[in-house]
Design a protein. Structure first.
Length: 194
């Protein structure tokens, strides 16, 4: 009976076993649904008694990188993007670092909007009428580099999830491309496939 209960706790990821050493209580992690939908990171925490903060690191109109231009399908005369780099925390703990590039013709002047603690998707909807029609996401495990590790408060080389996302509005116009680094020791990602 005790063995069955312990095995169930292992299945639920509340306990983990190390052969020859014993069973140990696992760190608590939450399921985070944002990647499987078009909603934003903070949308998952509404009504869950968590404090979500967004710290803007960089917000500017800047030249698009080659990758950003390709992903957003910028025209040859479109050479810039609105860059918005932010650190997202939950209850004071860094959870995700996000480097966002937005098509400036769709969000003119956004580089000057005060975005300090505002949700991006809500601002896009209210200020510009932007509602994403679809999003594609690619996820891979990577080792945190020095800058990423420092901002996420993890050891350099610690495993994090890198998420690349490309979002479009009706008519297949690419508006947002971001690369995010997610601390997988704080939450696991949950997908619903339809």
């Amino acid at each position: 009976m005790v063995r069955e209960a312990l095995n169930q706790l292992v299945v639920e990821r509340r306990v983990y076993k190390i052969q020859g050493k014993g069973s140990f209580v696992a760190d608590a992690r939450e399921d985070q649904d944002f990647v499987g939908s078009k909603i934003a990171f903070s949308g998952d925490f509404i009504g869950k008694s968590h404090v979500v903060n967004r710290r803007t690191l960089v917000q500017s109109l800047r030249p698009a990188s080659e990758r950003e231009a390709r992903m957003l399908r910028l025209e040859p005369d479109e050479t810039h993007v609105v860059g918005l780099d932010r650190l997202l925390t939950v209850d004071g703990t860094p959870r995700m670092l996000v480097y966002t590039a937005l098509r400036p013709t769709v969000v003119p002047g956004m580089e000057t909007l005060p975005m300090h603690s505002k949700p991006l998707y809500e601002t896009l909807r209210r200020q510009y009428g932007v509602v994403f029609d679809k999003a594609e996401r690619w996820i891979e495990a990577v080792a945190a580099s020095g800058a990423v590790a420092e901002l996420l408060e993890v050891a350099p080389g610690a495993p994090v999830l890198r998420i690349d996302s490309l979002s479009s509005i009706a008519g297949d116009l690419m508006v947002e491309f971001y690369t995010a680094y997610h601390r997988s020791d704080q939450a696991r990602l949950h997908f619903t496939v339809r």
